[in-house]
Design a protein around this ligand. Structure first.
Ligand SMILES: Nc1ncnc2c1ncn2[C@@H]1O[C@H](COP(=O)(O)OP(=O)(O)O)[C@@H](O)[C@H]1O
Ligand SMILES: [Mg+2]
Length: 270
């Protein structure tokens, strides 16, 4: 494997919650409890596991939406996990996140051109609106949308179209690493396949690295190079996609595979 773009070492996120009872003990929820993995340039690593196993918490700590409890996260050799928000700012463009619900991440009051354009100015990627609109038009076409939609607002679009716009907003910044958290889970199955194919094509064309978080093994099978299986805050098995799907070593991986019937055909999304 070439030098990793991202190396995560012993990442932990523990939540301290109060007991519901007056003299009860404080509880510690070990949402992420010592996770380590690497992602090479141009590689897609999927993080799979049942709901509540800690997948999103990994994504949120890596994008500084939440402060990790401890660990290291090296991006091109630079440890950014415990950086202050001002120290992390230069990396924000390079490490981008695609969310499950694009509506929640698109400001309903802003036209699409503002949503896509403003980050271009913030990150110094263009200096005039003419230049920005050109980039936006090209990006919208790349994600299969008519450039004219830049004059519209998010509520005018279907879920699949909104996710395309969400993807455009991420890709227009030319990140090196994209963390996609359940990026197609909220979409109808037919739309899921289209958006998943789009993500895969953009990833391959641009050569970016991706951490693809999903509870859906059918989706993961379609997009990954390697797969990490997470259970109760820990990675129980990590390997090449075919190793995980064809010859799982860990009992939990086998249980996960057997509990999802669509994986047996595995072709619905191709
Ligand atoms: N802010 C929080 N406070 C307390 N517990 C939390 C918080 N956020 C997540 N958790 C808990 O952490 C665990 C992992 O959550 P999450 O990362 O969202 O799982 P997944 O994405 O795999 O479904 C769950 O048990 C969840 O209830
Ligand atoms: Mg989640």
């Amino acid at each position: 494997m070439s030098e990793p773009l991202l190396s995560i070492v012993d990442l932990k996120k523990h939540y301290h919650t109060k007991s519901l009872w007056p003299f009860g003990k404080k509880q510690v929820i070990k949402a992420v409890d010592g996770v380590s993995f690497e992602i090479a340039p141009g590689e897609v690593l999927s993080l799979v596991g049942e709901s509540g196993c800690g997948k999103s918490t990994v994504g949120r700590t890596l994008t500084h939406l939440e402060q990790a409890t401890s660990g290291h996260a090296l991006f091109e050799g630079q440890d950014f996990l415990m950086m202050s928000s001002s120290e992390f700012r230069p990396l924000r463009r390079e490490i981008q996140m695609i969310f499950q619900d694009p509506f929640a991440s698109l400001n309903p009051r802003l036209k699409i051109e503002q949503t896509l354009g403003e980050p271009l100015f913030i990150h110094g990627l263009c200096s005039t609106w003419e230049e920005a609109r050109n980039k936006i038009a090209i990006m919208l076409e790349t994600v299969g949308m008519d450039p004219m939609v830049m004059k519209r607002h998010p509520h005018e679009f279907s879920g699949g179209q909104r996710q395309r716009i969400g993807i455009a907003r991420v890709m227009i910044l030319k990140p090196k690493l994209v963390i996609a958290d359940e990026a197609v889970s909220a979409l109808d199955v037919s739309i899921q396949a289209q958006v998943l194919n789009l993500i895969k094509k953009l990833q391959q064309d641009s050569g970016i690295s991706m951490l693809f978080i999903s509870h859906d093994l059918g989706v993961v099978r379609h997009i990954s190079n390697r797969v990490a299986v997470m259970h109760e805050g820990k990675i129980v098995e990590i390997g090449l996609k075919n190793e995980i799907f064809e010859a799982p070593k860990h009992e939990y991986t086998r249980k996960l595979l057997s509990s999802i019937p669509r994986v047996k055909t595995g072709r619905e999304l191709v």
